[in-house]
Design a protein around this ligand. Structure first.
Ligand SMILES: C[S@@+](CC[C@H](N)C(=O)[O-])C[C@H]1O[C@@H](n2cnc3c(N)ncnc32)[C@H](O)[C@@H]1O
Length: 212
């Protein structure tokens, strides 16, 4: 079960340098407005931590017990009433969701105003194969057009979209998901020149949506 897999990785994600910090995280947090926030799929809690430093009252949500979130739940089924928080954040997680459309509708429903999402941007089917081989909990990444459609269907107006590159040591990234040996070599082969000098560079898409 996916939640058990994630609980087993909790320490690795809490300590992961590329998850902990970066221009992407700073940009996402700079977009937040209001006083209360719900951080969905909080993982190692890095977005929640930066929001707290910025003065927000933050509730965290994640289905994996090992992530020690305030609320144990999936993004597809958020146990809060409509409009419960000023801002909802969800960073580097939707590509793991079984039903991203339902999840984005839930983010919009429990938000009073803003929904801020960051995720790995869809590149091509080779990268998708590499991502799934590295981490079987990877469901799918989405293109900018798909993200626009998801926000629109959830009643969110897209105010801003940014695409940023993110880099991390490829071997650390593979090990964090337990991918080693021949499989790890195959992942690197599939990623091709996206891996250079021992670093894997991918692109993240960040969206700021406001409820209509
Ligand atoms: C890479 S971590 C998230 C990183 C974190 N948001 C941050 O900014 O540091 C991915 C998280 O997604 C969670 N997750 C997986 N499937 C989920 C679902 N259906 N709903 C909510 N969270 C889910 C996992 O348990 C894991 O903690």
């Amino acid at each position: 079960m996916s939640a058990d897999v994630w609980s087993g990785r909790a320490d690795a994600y809490r300590g992961a340098a590329d998850q902990q910090a970066g221009d992407d995280l700073e940009l996402l947090v700079s977009w937040a407005e209001g006083r209360t926030a719900l951080d969905v799929a909080t993982g190692g809690g890095h977005t929640a931590g930066r929001l707290r430093e910025a003065g927000f009252d933050v509730v965290t949500l994640d289905p994996a017990p090992g992530m020690r979130a305030d609320v144990l739940a999936r993004a597809e089924d958020i146990p809060f009433a409509d409009g419960s928080f000023d801002v909802i954040t969800c960073r580097i997680a939707p590509h793991h969701f079984e039903d991203v459309g339902v999840a984005v509708a839930e983010l919009a429903r429990v938000s009073r105003d803003l929904v801020l999402v960051e995720d790995t941007l869809y590149e091509d089917e080779r990268v998708e194969e590499a991502e799934r081989l590295r981490d079987p909990t990877h469901v799918r990444s989405y293109s900018e057009e798909e993200w626009r459609g998801l926000f629109d269907a959830a009643g969110l107006t897209v105010e801003e979209i940014r695409v940023v590159e993110k880099s991390r040591p490829v071997d650390t990234w593979l090990e964090r998901a337990g991918c080693t040996g021949a499989e790890a070599e195959r992942v690197k082969e599939l990623l091709g020149d996206r891996v250079a000098g021992g670093e894997y560079v991918d692109r993240k898409i960040l969206l700021r949506g406001r409820k209509r």
